[in-house]
Write a protein that binds this ligand. Structure first.
Ligand code: GRF
Length: 219
């Protein structure tokens, strides 16, 4: 008899178009996917991803950060929505609002982000332009746990792409986003299914997942 473990209840936080969100929602439709997307929240009412989430049948709400006088008030509103929905894991997908240290600490080990570079290279914004400027031959994306320092948490998974002659930032971004859409659902499955665990500030892959971890590197 197989034991069915409960799916992790996930909220996705967005600020914009939500293409990573869509890839996560689609992956989570698989019956054996270990997480379910139960809520999408945006800090901007005009985030295009809100409409895409609703079209996919996922409850989606805006909490306009401009309605709050400080970050603490905004984070408290966020927390109230997450509590009401019984959220166990937060997935940041193009969420462009800095969260307070207190909020990040409260969700330590239960909140992940995707960043469009091979961390620890190119933390922050304009990663594709900076990769081209630096002349790297490989670029990519990273899924990592969120810690108070920006783009610095333990790495869950990475995907690499080549930088090709003639690339501009848009061409490189287009190559990276294809891998983001593949990487993020795979990384969330690893975490929600227990195949990746935090261990002393690093992420350890379960032995059964070693192949899966390697397959996330794509050239
Ligand atoms: C992605 O490139 C992601 O890595 C970065 O913001 C972008 C969000 O794109 N954090 P989308 O909203 O998922 O389409």
């Amino acid at each position: 008899m197989s034991v069915q473990t409960a799916k992790k209840r996930v909220a996705i936080l967005i600020s914009g178009r939500g293409s990573n969100m869509v890839s996560l929602i689609e992956a989570a439709r698989a019956p054996d996917y270990p997480a379910e997307i139960v809520l999408v929240l945006a800090n901007r009412p005009d985030a295009a991803g809100l409409t895409r989430a609703r079209e996919a049948g996922i409850p989606a709400r805006a909490i306009d950060h401009k309605a709050f006088s400080d970050r603490t008030g905004f984070d408290a509103a966020l927390q109230a929505e997450l509590d009401a929905a019984g959220i166990e894991l937060i997935v940041l997908a193009g969420f462009m609002r800095i969260l307070t240290d207190a909020f990040v600490e409260a969700w330590a080990g239960r909140m992940i982000n995707i960043h469009p570079s091979l961390l620890p290279l190119f933390k922050g914004t304009h990663t594709h332009e900076r990769a081209l400027e630096a002349g790297v031959r490989l670029h990519g994306c990273t899924v990592h746990y969120v810690v108070p320092e920006l783009d610095a948490g333990p790495i869950v998974a990475q995907a690499a792409v080549p930088v090709l002659p003639g690339d501009d930032a848009d061409a490189l971004a287009a190559r990276v986003i294809v891998q983001e859409h593949r990487l993020y659902p795979a990384a969330l499955a690893l975490i929600a299914g227990g195949g990746a665990v935090l261990d002393g500030g690093r992420v350890r892959l379960a032995e059964t997942e070693h192949d899966a971890g390697a397959a996330l590197i794509s050239l």
